[in-house]
Write a protein that binds this ligand. Structure first.
Ligand code: GDP
Ligand code: IMO
Ligand code: MG
Length: 427
């Protein structure tokens, strides 16, 4: 399978890191590519009991023989990039070859400053961003005042671009937010300090990936964030500032949609969300606390407690539709082993009406109340199961029921964080 997309089908943290690592190690993979977002992501990979977290780097950085690629749609903080790389090297990891797109936009420290003051000003309407400067960097890109990786190799151009970017931003910072202006020279000096280390990594990643696909090599596109956090298709404005959906992979990587063979939606057997915004199946009771605790639902990037709720098949069907999913990878089924009865949201009730599909407007989505169907639990530890037949009957029924109502077949099921803790449903 030459081009495989792995993406989040809910609000993030579905286990994309594990799914990517699994796919990258079961079949030989030549490239693992990030195409959107930045170091707002937090992907956990557990290899032989050792836990690794990646943020900006593709998980493929841990896969010997695969080349890691940060494509043009990503926003890159060089400081975060090297901090992450050095952190892995310090742990003795033999890091894979890394390529960075010349077109990727740069996150400088002022983007994080602006992210944080903007959130403070939003008060109770704040998005709950990761504070990493993702939104302001994409805003600069769309406003056509962004700095790209290629600009770091020409001091004159870099200075002009940073001046243009800071011109309006500094008015905003000093006159609206009552902050000190950011000095152009300081930013230029900061960015130039990364140029030499970056230089050998920088290339035309669209050309690289298209040539690889032409040669029949296998490319895995590792999604970050998720469908419901997509700036166009998510719960706007409570979203990130990029397009984590499958279409965003083509834009971010510079490949055509005809190249993609498989689109795997990673989805938890329940639902979590970090930050603000609507979440119809969110639990505010003991079950929510138990999901959070048993699932270890704490953010990898920001350490925030994740909001928890039951599986939402309306969200799953929506993710299947907007991404053209060929399959799901269902994670964390093992966590549900504690319940006698497991509710699954099959539809919403909105202002007295039963609604089967994602409502058209955000107002309706804010009013959506889950309609639940209930499944008998299996009340046992399934983390040692390695085949579908080994799963308790009620767990099999749960997986099959989700498959029927979620809009795509379930390729595999995660029964623990480890690579090997996986049950293949349809090989
Ligand atoms: P990502 O951002 O989508 O890569 O997901 P995160 O790494 O932020 O969060 C997923 C968490 O669930 C991580 O701690 C994983 O190690 C863990 N995980 C992934 N799959 C499974 C699974 O099937 N069972 C259990 N118990 N944990 C899992
Ligand atoms: P992975 O790849 C979960 C959320 C933030 C916030 C919103 C906007 O690990 O699944 P941003 O800093 O992107 O402007 O924040 O998006 N968010 C995530 N939530 N997992 C992520 O990444 C996320 N990346 C961003 O919490 O609500
Ligand atoms: Mg995560």
């Amino acid at each position: 399978m030459p081009a495989i997309v792995v993406l989040g089908a809910q609000w993030g943290d579905e286990g994309k890191g594990k799914a990517t690592d699994l796919l990258a190690t079961t079949d030989p993979i030549d490239f693992v590519v990030r195409t959107s977002g930045g170091h707002n992501a937090g992907h956990t990979i557990v290899v032989n009991g050792e836990k690794y977290a990646t943020h900006l780097l593709p998980s493929g950085i841990l896969t010997p023989g695969a080349t890691s690629v940060i494509a043009g749609g990503v926003v890159v903080s060089p400081e975060a990039l090297f901090r992450e790389l050095d952190g892995l090297i310090a742990r003795g990891v033999e890091v894979a070859d890394l390529k960075v797109s010349a077109n990727a936009h740069v996150i400088a420290s002022y983007h994080a400053t602006i992210d944080k003051v903007t959130e403070r000003f939003l008060g109770k309407n704040q998005i709950g961003t990761t504070g990493r400067g993702i939104g302001p960097a994409y805003a600069d890109k769309i406003n056509r005042v962004g700095v790209r990786i290629a600009d770091l190799f020409d001091e004159k151009i870099l200075t002009e671009k940073v001046e243009a970017a800071l011109d309006v931003r500094n008015h905003l910072l000093t006159k609206v937010y009552n902050r000190r202006a950011i000095e152009v020279e300081v930013v230029v000096e900061e960015l130039l300090s990364y140029a030499e280390r970056l230089r050998p990594m920088v290339c035309d990643t669209s050309l690289l990936l298209n040539r690889a696909l032409d040669a029949g090599q296998t490319v895995l596109f590792e999604g970050a964030q998720a469908t419901m956090l997509d700036v166009d298709h998510g719960t706007y404005p409570f979203v990130t500032s990029s397009n984590p959906v499958a279409g965003g992979v083509c834009v971010g990587a510079g490949i055509g949609p005809t190249r993609i063979d498989r689109v795997v939606g990673v989805i938890k057997a329940y639902t979590t969300r970090v930050g603000s915004g609507p979440f119809p199946t969110e639990l505010f009771d003991e079950d929510g606390v138990q999901l959070q605790q048993l699932g270890g639902e704490i953010g990898v990037s920001t350490g925030r407690t994740r909001r928890c709720g039951w599986y939402d098949a309306v969200v799953a069907r929506y993710a299947s539709r907007v991404n053209g999913l060929t399959e799901f990878f269902l994670t964390k089924l093992d966590i549900l082993g504690a319940w006698d009865r497991i509710p699954v949201c099959v539809a919403y009730e909105i202002d007295g009406q039963r609604v089967e599909e994602m409502p058209m407007t955000q107002t309706e989505f804010h009013h959506a109340k889950p309609v639940y169907e209930y499944f008998d639990g299996w009340k046992s530890d399934i983390s040692g199961c390695r085949s579908f037949d080994e799963l308790p009957k009620n767990a099999q029924i749960y997986v099959q029921a989700l498959e029927e109502i979620s809009g795509a077949r379930i390729w595999g099921v995660g029964v623990g964080p480890g690579r090997e803790q996986t049950v293949v449903v349809h090989g």
